[in-house]
Ligand binder design. Structure first.
Ligand SMILES: Cc1cc2nc3c(=O)[nH]c(=O)nc-3n(C[C@H](O)[C@H](O)[C@H](O)COP(=O)(O)OP(=O)(O)OC[C@H]3O[C@@H](n4cnc5c(N)ncnc54)[C@H](O)[C@@H]3O)c2cc1C
Length: 391
């Protein structure tokens, strides 16, 4: 049940879990969310569950993979709508498309497509959900060749805020088709995506880990790859980790056990660059060490009082940790700008952005258009009761 990436999300415990069986099942939420003191309205064929939540001003959240690190985006103290039963994958050879349930994680999708020798522009790491990843853009291992995940979605099955169920394509509804490309839950709940598929045979890949002492040539190799690679099938994701043994050991021992994949309190933030040079990578390494030391200090200060539940007070440091991440992002951006990179107009990637990043940094010139579309399809701002980047 729990698959939230950051333990922070679990601090928002829902008072009700709703796991619809299918698209019509979404209507049943009316019966649960409607206050017992008020007579329940008749349920129309195409239900109005979101409208009911809106009428009762019940906060709710929509969870696909639960991998956002932003508290309250797919978690809530109200009604939790878990899409886990939208879990079918149907491949159609004639149209080279796959219909994929919005509640799946990508590691559940790939094995279902593999027998057909095809794949889709899905996530790169286990546990990431189809819904949030795709509606926020989606960087895949095959994005250099085929674009973002959202670029290869040809249709969305969408429950609109007024309860109508609609198939959105670029032809049937160009406005919503545009808006869903980055619009998350602002326009309703997507229950299924129809993706283009691409042929895929065996791939070569793996994980290499280098320690600090050997890092110089590695930094140079990453910069060379970034500057010179012209093979659209070649990918490299470089991650720097500050991980002294003591810190990881304590973290491991202290995290409370849960039923699912809940990890430590976490946050993600985003920097947009036009090149990964040696000096920019060096700044990333500096900032990794700086943040690592800060977090380590914060953890160790709390360890003497250790019990599992005490450790949750670590969330008191969340805002400090987030501010430190912003400082790190600013330092990396400044390093890139010093060498002439023009970054001022580049949008930040919303799937990696902190919750309080201003919307214009994510959506830039598209924001006014997105707000107009939002007004048209959700004039009562029912989706505003759910968390996330709100238009
Ligand atoms: C370990 C890790 C690895 C990652 N790797 C990548 C990567 O390789 N490439 C990349 O681009 N990103 C990556 N991300 C970022 C990831 O794309 C985002 O965290 C994304 O939001 C996760 O999607 P989800 O469905 O799991 O999230 P959720 O937490 O379930 O949802 C995120 C947001 O989307 C909304 N939402 C979800 N499903 C729907 C739906 N069906 N209809 C309407 N709204 C919906 C939710 O309400 C919420 O606001 C990674 C994140 C982590 C933690």
């Amino acid at each position: 049940m729990f698959s939230f990436y950051a333990a922070l999300a679990l601090l928002s415990q829902p008072w009700y879990w709703f796991i619809p069986q299918n698209i019509d099942g979404l209507m049943r939420i009316i019966l649960h969310a409607w206050p017992s003191s008020v007579p329940c309205p008749p349920v129309p064929k195409f239900s109005i569950p979101l409208k009911i939540l809106g009428t009762t001003s019940t906060p709710f959240a929509i969870k696909s993979g639960g991998h956002t690190a932003n508290q309250g985006f797919s978690s809530t103290s109200g009604v939790q709508i878990a899409l886990s039963r939208f879990n079918a994958v149907m491949y159609d050879q004639a149209s080279n498309t796959a219909t994929i349930g919005a509640g799946l994680t990508w590691d559940e999708v790939y094995p279902k497509l593999e027998p057909f020798g095809v794949t889709v522009t899905g996530g790169r790491i286990s546990g990431v959900g189809v819904g949030g990843f795709t509606l926020g853009g989606g960087y895949s291992w095959i994005s250099n060749r085929h674009g973002l995940a959202i670029d290869s979605v040809v249709a969305f099955e969408l429950v609109l805020p007024d309860g109508e169920i609609t198939m959105v394509t670029a032809n049937s509804n160009p406005e919503l088709s545009f808006a869903l490309k980055g619009g998350y839950n602002n326009f309703g709940i997507v229950t299924n995506f129809v993706f283009k598929t691409f042929p895929m045979g065996p791939v070569w890949g793996g994980l290499l880990t280098y320690t600090g002492a050997n890092i110089g040539p590695v930094v140079q190799a990453i910069a060379d790859f970034s500057a010179n690679n012209i093979d659209a099938d070649a990918n490299l994701v470089a991650a720097s980790i500050h991980s002294p043994w003591l810190y990881t050991r304590i973290l491991f021992l202290a995290i409370p056990r849960t039923n699912g994949r809940c990890e430590d309190p976490g946050a993600m933030h985003s920097v947009s660059l036009s090149a990964l040079s040696v000096s920019v990578i060096s700044q990333i390494l500096n900032q990794t060490d700086r943040l690592g030391q800060l977090l380590r200090a914060a953890m160790i200060r709390r360890i003497p009082t250790t019990t599992s539940s005490r450790l949750w007070h670590f969330s008191g440091s969340d805002s400090t940790a987030r501010e430190d991440m912003k400082l790190a992002a600013a330092a990396i951006t400044a390093a890139a700008q010093r060498e002439g990179q023009q970054l001022a107009d580049l949008p930040l990637y919303s799937n990696y952005a902190l919750a309080d990043v201003p919307l214009h940094r994510l959506y830039t010139a598209n924001l006014p258009r997105l707000r107009r579309i939002k007004m048209k399809y959700d004039p009562l701002n029912i989706m505003g009761l759910a968390g996330g980047f709100r238009f």
